[in-house]
Design a protein around this ligand. Structure first.
Ligand code: ADP
Length: 635
């Protein structure tokens, strides 16, 4: 279909098509998009309202949790939740209730250390004179001392000196006795812990690997369980040493929740050191975990309560159930107090201190990707289906329209071609009959020639009318072929002989080549003859220069091939499929008379015989049309 046709006569149809389909499609698309956007905004609004509600509940829950913790400062320390502690500290002492919840303490208790002066002589013998044996005899007396702290100092030294002499059994005996002194302080550590530590060092030095691992495991477990009251640095150092001594795998020093609670106790104690008269409440993120702390302090005394991550989560979990929502607290300067405000939240609700009743700004954010509501999803799906239908439908209508336009164009070409075909024989007949009627042809001979011409022209008209009628029947589907067993060679010979007499064939050399033993076919004699005639007629029409035409009849692929070969204008490859369609005329044909129905009829006839029509052609070199028919099958 040439492009220019789109914009020729039926331009109005195109405009109508665009108006009827494309404009509403665009309008519908825009409307769909607009509604979708509205829906998205509504979804967001709904999310926002949800978060607002949540923010209220979160600030309420946080406030209640802090108030609960504050209440514990005044009530007896019974039935505390599992990760909550109460701290009570004076200038000299610190009490954490219940015991064993802190893996380390804000400060180690001062304890009563034995006066080092009492061990001066033994230390002199051991360290300066390098005489452990003499030191041992001195220390043995002090081991009997009534003061437990003196006994502890003596036992630790005794063990050390025995170890130096290589008497490991005696050293271990001294450490066992030291261990029994429990929490008595010696060299800054509880006696039991000091004994276990000393034992580890002895095993390490002696290469007693198994005993070392076992002892280190007990030491490590004690440190994790908060068995000894020591400060953070001491705890960290010894937990590291114990881990080094243990056979792998070494368990984590303590779980993060425990560390966070110990850090909370340390935080509130240090705050009291810095500001003795204060009270307050805080959410904090320590060791990466959320904790709450409340305190009331005077110069003389600190009362504090701290609750670890489990308590914070217990307060928040019933409120913040949605995993796509996270909360954070920040102080007046915008620094994070609890969690971190998300950097790219989808929906973000902020409650400043004045609104939330908390001393911080509360951020409630939704970070999970938006999940469109069922309505939005339905809208998108519906829009997509509608667009698909419109585009698909529009495409098919457009294609059909273009085809119809092309056929209309071809039909109008056909009508003018047919009128042309009729005009020349009619003109000849009219002129010749006028000539006769006027009596201007007196000579019998001349009259005979005029009559001959009249017969030829009326024959031409007859053939034309016949072929148009055939075409009409073919189009109406009423053309039926009567197939009968037929020898193709005599039929082809007969048609060629008749064609040679045709005035159009004058001057053409039409040769027939027949292969011997050509099988019979089932064919309608008249229709097949007409098809061959059409091919011969075309071969003559489109070979103005070279007048050699060859017709071959041969057996091929269990059938018979009838080939008509000319050396005429040829047909470009792009037209090989097109020229068999009705009314289609090839490009070089414009100068030659024709109606564009010849090949369509040939194809119709060949198909009616269950055969094929084949074309080989090259512009300038000529064309070969082959009618292939299957061999007759006897029932
Ligand atoms: P018509 O000859 O009336 O135009 P046909 O259906 O017989 O219609 O042929 C269709 C077109 O095929 C012709 O217009 C011509 O361009 C091309 N054609 C057919 N036969 C030949 C041939 N032997 N050589 C070159 N072109 C041919």
């Amino acid at each position: 279909m040439p492009f220019r046709l789109w914009f020729q006569a039926p331009r109005r149809v195109l405009v109508l098509f665009v108006t009827i389909t494309l404009v509403p499609t665009a309008a519908l698309g825009w409307l769909g998009w607009w509604t979708f956007k509205q829906n998205r905004a509504l979804d967001k609004q709904r999310d926002m309202e949800g978060l607002e509600l949540l923010a209220d509940r979160v600030s309420g829950a946080l406030d209640r949790a802090l108030a609960d913790l504050q209440g514990r400062l005044d009530s007896p320390p019974t039935s505390l939740p599992e990760d909550t502690i109460l701290l009570s500290a004076g200038p000299e002492e610190l009490e954490a209730t219940p015991a064993g919840r802190l893996v380390y303490y804000p400060v180690a208790p001062a304890g009563v250390e034995p006066p080092t002066a009492g061990f001066a002589a033994a230390d002199e013998l051991e360290l300066r004179r390098k005489d452990p044996a003499a030191a041992i005899s001195l220390l043995r007396k002090q081991v009997e001392n009534g003061d437990a702290s003196v006994r502890a100092g003596a036992l630790l030294r005794l063990g050390r000196n025995e170890k130096k002499l290589g008497r490991h059994a005696e050293a271990l005996a001294a450490y066992s006795e030291l261990e029994r002194l429990g929490q008595v302080r010696v060299e800054g550590l509880p006696a039991e812990m000091a004994a276990r530590e000393a034992r580890c060092r002895l095993y390490e030095q002696a290469g007693r690997v198994k005993e070392l691992a076992a002892e280190a495991a007990v030491l490590h477990a004690g440190l994790r369980a908060g068995r000894w009251r020591i400060a953070r640095a001491t705890w960290q150092f010894h937990v590291g040493e114990a881990a080094r001594w243990m056979s792998p795998p070494v368990p984590a020093p303590a779980d993060a929740d425990q560390l966070a609670l110990a850090a909370a106790a340390e935080w509130v104690y240090q705050r009291w050191q810095a500001d003795r008269n204060s009270e307050g409440r805080r959410f904090l993120t320590l060791e990466g975990r959320p904790v709450m702390v409340v305190w009331r302090a005077t110069a003389a005394r600190l009362h504090a309560a701290a609750a670890g991550p489990r308590a914070v989560n217990a307060a928040l979990n019933p409120v913040v159930r949605d995993p796509g929502v996270s909360i954070a607290l920040s102080d007046a300067a915008g620094l994070p107090v609890l969690g971190r405000p998300a950097t790219h939240p989808r929906v973000h609700v902020v409650r400043v201190a004045a609104e939330s009743g908390l001393p911080w700004t509360l951020h409630v954010v939704r970070t999970d990707p938006a999940s469109p509501s069922a309505q939005s999803r339905f809208l998108v799906a519906g829009g997509a289906v509608l667009a698909l239908l419109l585009v698909g439908g529009g495409y098919f209508v457009f294609r059909a329209m273009i085809r119809e336009m092309a056929v209309a164009q071809l039909q109008s070409d056909f009508v003018s071609a047919v009128s042309h075909e009729f005009r020349s024989p009619l003109t000849s007949i009219r002129q010749l009959s006028h000539l006769l009627a006027s009596g201007r042809v007196p000579d019998d001979d001349q009259r005979g020639r005029v009559y001959g011409a009249l017969v030829r022209e009326s024959e031409r008209l007859h053939t034309l009318v016949e072929s148009l009628l055939d075409f009409g029947r073919m189009e109406a589907g009423s053309l039926r072929y009567r197939l009968e067993p037929l020898d193709a060679v005599p039929l082809v010979t007969e048609v060629i002989e008749a064609f040679r007499l045709n005035p159009a064939a004058l001057g053409y050399d039409i040769r027939l080549r027949v292969e011997p033993g050509v099988p019979r076919v089932a064919a309608d004699r008249e229709a097949l003859g007409r098809a061959l005639w059409n091919l011969l007629d075309n071969a003559v029409k489109y070979s103005p220069g070279n007048k050699d035409i060859v017709v071959e009849v041969a057996g091929q692929d269990s059938g018979v091939a009838i080939r008509v070969r000319d050396r005429g204008t040829g047909i470009p490859g792009s037209q090989h499929g097109e020229i068999f369609k009705k009314f289609v005329r090839g490009n070089p044909a414009s100068a030659v008379k024709g109606t564009g129905i010849g090949l369509a009829m040939v194809e119709h006839i060949v198909r009616g015989h269950r055969g094929r029509i084949l074309l080989e052609s090259e512009p300038g070199k000529g064309s070969t049309f082959t009618i292939w028919l299957p061999t007759e099958r006897r029932p």
